[in-house]
Design a protein around this ligand. Structure first.
Ligand code: DP6
Length: 359
């Protein structure tokens, strides 16, 4: 059985307040290196994706329950937000057949992000994974249903996926895959799997500095973005390429192969935006300063001894990826040449992390 050293307890350390019980999980966001873009059925991915889980950017969700009739209320960053409450209600009713006990309780969900919305970091990954972990812990507390550690996380990943695809990967730390792949034994479209192969030492200390180019809200939601792949003229080529990139990247991570890592990761980032630009309607989420930063990174890489590269999410902000051993040189480059392209010189420093923790 796999062990998840960062997880202290799966159950039984929940708090009981009179007739109310509560449990809390802190779960990080993740950054995809091979992107999930396009889905079918009930939140099933059209290709396998691969990410690493961040360490610093996380959501803490506290779930309280008491005997009741299925009422749900939600606080997000300490405030009642109708849109989020409606989304949580829809989500919880969509998983009612998996957790039939939920209808006998009233739920109070209190979710807090430690990074701003405007940062363009996938907050649905951390939010939905922390909620899914709380629901799985609650199941154990109220029904006594015991699962092995491996089963618990697999279930949490499956439940998280139903809320947001990328959240399936945030249930684990390190490098994580999601989606059926011949290269990953036991992999599935329904839940994520931590990469089972030994990762080269150099990639175990990977950094992600997020340069915030624009703090505006997304012009297209990822849900709508995925939908555009349903009738995208390049969809089949994209899914074939993603499979190849997935296989090649797992190899590069094992071998410590920087040139192939850079080639694949940057191709995935630009490919994601190329798909958005060539869909109908087409979206341009890149800003002029996104491109300025990308040009600077490539020029810097040619001149320096570092292997600095970039990835992008479905937005204009740039994720700088580099080895911990290059951090002094990269830091100088960021402060001297890149911060001027950022909104209010705004950046977030993060790195690969161990995954969620019960708090
Ligand atoms: C570009 O997981 O946010 O970040 O399943 O509709 O909630 P939904 O989509 P979401 O999509 C993430 C897309 C991406 C790439 C990735 O994280 O793999």
């Amino acid at each position: 059985m796999k062990s998840y050293p960062n997880i202290r307890h799966l159950g039984s350390d929940f708090k009981k307040l009179n007739n109310m019980n509560k449990i809390s999980w802190q779960s990080p966001s993740n950054i995809a290196l091979v992107k999930y873009w396009g889905k079918h059925g009930v939140q099933l991915p059209s290709n396998p994706s691969l990410s690493f889980t961040l360490n610093n950017c996380h959501t803490t969700t506290e779930l309280q329950w008491e005997a009741g009739d299925g009422n749900i209320d939600l606080l997000f960053d300490g405030q009642r937000k109708e849109r989020f409450t409606a989304r949580a209600r829809d989500y919880i009713s969509s998983i009612a057949s998996i957790f039939p006990f939920l209808k006998e309780y009233n739920l109070h969900i209190d979710s807090t992000n430690n990074f701003p919305h405007s940062a363009g970091i996938a907050s649905s990954a951390s939010a939905m994974s922390s909620l899914a972990l709380c629901l799985c812990s609650m199941e154990y507390e109220v029904t006594g249903k015991t699962l092995t550690e491996e089963e618990f996380y697999q279930k949490a990943s499956n439940i998280a996926r139903l809320g947001s695809g990328s959240a399936a990967r945030s249930v684990y730390g390190g490098y994580v895959s999601w989606g059926k792949s011949d290269k990953i034994p036991g992999s599935s479209d329904e839940y994520a799997t931590p990469l089972p192969m030994e990762i080269n030492e150099s990639f175990k200390d990977i950094r992600d500095t997020i340069l915030i180019v624009d703090q505006g809200i997304k012009v297209v939601s990822s849900r709508a973005g995925h939908k555009l792949m349903d009738r995208h003229p390049y969809a089949q080529q994209r899914f074939a390429r993603a499979n190849k990139n997935f296989n090649d990247l797992t190899k590069a991570l094992q071998e410590g192969d920087d040139p192939n890592f850079i080639r694949i990761v940057e191709q995935e980032a630009l490919g994601l935006h190329a798909l958005m630009m060539s869909s109908t309607p087409g979206y341009i989420l890149l800003k002029a300063n996104t491109l300025n930063i990308i040009h600077r990174i490539r020029a810097f890489r040619d001149l320096s001894c570092t292997t600095l590269c970039f990835t992008l999410d479905a937005g204009p902000n740039v994720h700088l990826l580099y080895h911990g051993s290059d951090s002094a040189e990269v830091e100088e480059f960021i402060t001297e040449e890149l911060l001027l392209y950022c909104s209010d010189k705004y950046r977030i420093d993060d790195h690969i992390g161990n995954g969620p923790e019960k708090v």
